[in-house]
Design a binder for this molecule. Structure first.
Ligand SMILES: [Zn+2]
Length: 461
């Protein structure tokens, strides 16, 4: 098979148009929609901005050219980031979508929202204080914004972020699409938003748009599958340990990168229209929920470990009070929750842990991350503590100052004791908070969602 070299920047817009034409002909559709959800319960300030949060599933920042990647995967985003705030060290609270988004939507760590791996065939596991989705006892991001006078829209192409798992709580309108190709969701959003703008709404809008394009199985539409030159190889995808040949790994990464280049074209349409055609002031966040592994710790995919390749995320922000530039101070996703509420003039829920934007450089980010099987990472200074949530005796840590890929485990007692003190200070009170919130409501997905999740490799064998 002939593989073309990566396109020059001048070729990219043509490629995007070609691919969008192809993609629009696919049989993608909105499979679930809500149009008459809860209404705002207050009047927002006259100058409250419209807010757009774009979440890109599974996008690791070191595969974006604006984060230093050698391949030119993100020509549009690179330009857009020039007058945004770009965070070099943004971290998720979960390396699996539902854990991560539950933190983003609630401003709490997994120790409070308790989205845990639940055996769908074993309902007793729900009785152990776990939920497999967003707990009704939590105030959602959308609910906080409703209370500040915002209309709230959500769009998702990930079956994890759906009504089945409680993530539509507080949204006035919500659209679920059945495709990992984001173009249909993009069209749905732009069409509804332009209609809303034409009606000159007197309320501001909060919109959450969740793309799935770089998520495995890494199948970019033509010609993006040949955008980057690679050796012959097989496409490989799995969430978990897997040995992969060098050629298969290179080929698979070329397809992942092709997905990112394709997505960059979708972002160009979304953000250019959003910024050019609205009437209110605009505030925008672009982030990812977690990264993806390409053999750094002997596996592929995401959700199963808590290391850098999964825990570090893209984070760009533009809006009132946010100064553009590149920031190295670590920030956590609960901080993003707070940033959006502050833009809206909304009240942060009492259990939420985010810091106001002015404090993001204070070195006190809550860098706590969980995996689906229950591994925890705590990042403190240049160290990363990793342990199974229920067994601290297996804890080890990594010194990222000279081991940035977290390869050489350290286990000396003094180092572990110090990190344990940091951990206690960070989450020691969370069990009581979780108890006070009560047992999470049980969430069980519909059969169709279970099949979709199985196809994405989430349910195991
Ligand atoms: Zn995800």
């Amino acid at each position: 098979m002939n593989r073309i070299a990566r396109p020059s920047p001048g070729l990219v817009p043509g490629l995007v148009l070609f691919a969008l034409t192809l993609a629009c002909s696919r049989a993608d559709e909105v499979v679930w929609a809500r149009t008459g959800g809860p209404a705002p319960t207050a009047t927002a300030a006259a100058d409250a901005p419209d807010i757009l949060v774009v979440l890109i599933d599974t996008l690791r920042p070191d595969h974006l050219s604006c984060y230093g990647y050698a391949r030119e995967t993100s020509p549009f985003l690179d330009r857009w980031a020039e007058d945004a705030a770009l965070y070099e060290a943004a971290y998720t609270h979960g390396t699996h979508t539902r854990i991560a988004v539950a933190s983003l939507f609630s401003g709490t760590l997994p120790t409070v929202h308790r989205v845990r791996r639940v055996d769908l065939a074993s309902p007793e596991s729900f009785e152990e204080g776990k939920t497999d989705g967003f707990a009704t006892s939590l105030e959602s991001w959308a609910e906080s914004l409703l209370a500040a006078g915002y209309e709230t829209w959500g769009l998702s192409s990930n079956p994890n972020v759906s009504d089945d798992f409680g993530f539509t709580q507080g949204f006035t309108r919500f659209w679920q699409t059945n495709s990992r190709d984001g173009v249909h969701m993009l069209e749905t959003f732009l069409s509804a938003w332009k209609e809303r703008e034409a009606a000159r709404p007197d309320r501001p809008l909060f919109a959450y748009v969740h793309f799935m394009d770089p998520h495995n199985p890494y199948e970019p539409p033509e010609p993006f599958d040949e955008a980057f030159e690679v050796p012959h190889g097989e496409r490989v995808y799995k969430n978990g340990p897997l040995e992969v040949s060098a050629d298969d790994l290179a080929f698979t990464m070329s397809q992942y990168d092709g997905e990112i280049l394709y997505l960059d074209g979708l972002l160009q349409r979304l953000l250019s229209t959003w910024e050019a055609e609205g009437t209110r002031e605009r505030a925008t966040v672009v982030l990812s929920d977690h990264g993806d592994e390409f053999q750094e710790h002997g596996g592929m995919g995401h959700g199963m470990t808590v290391y850098e390749e999964l825990a570090r995320t893209l984070l760009l922000a533009k809006g009132p009070g946010v100064e553009s530039g590149r920031y190295e101070a670590p920030v956590a996703h609960v901080d993003v929750h707070r940033l959006v509420l502050d833009w809206a003039g909304a009240v942060s829920p009492e259990v939420a842990r985010g810091r106001p934007w002015e404090a993001w450089g204070d070195g006190a980010a809550l860098l706590y991350t969980e995996s689906r099987p229950g591994d925890v990472a705590l990042r403190s200074g240049s160290r990363t503590l990793v342990f199974p949530r229920d067994d601290f005796s297996a804890a080890r840590y990594y010194e990222r100052a000279h081991d940035p890929r977290e390869q050489a485990a350290l286990t000396d007692a003094a180092g572990l004791a110090e990190l344990r003190r940091v951990l206690e200070a960070m989450v020691g009170g969370d069990a009581a908070t979780a108890e006070r919130l009560g047992t999470p409501a049980r969430k069980l997905p519909a059969d169709a969602s279970v099949e979709e999740l199985r196809a994405l490799g989430y349910l195991g064998d």
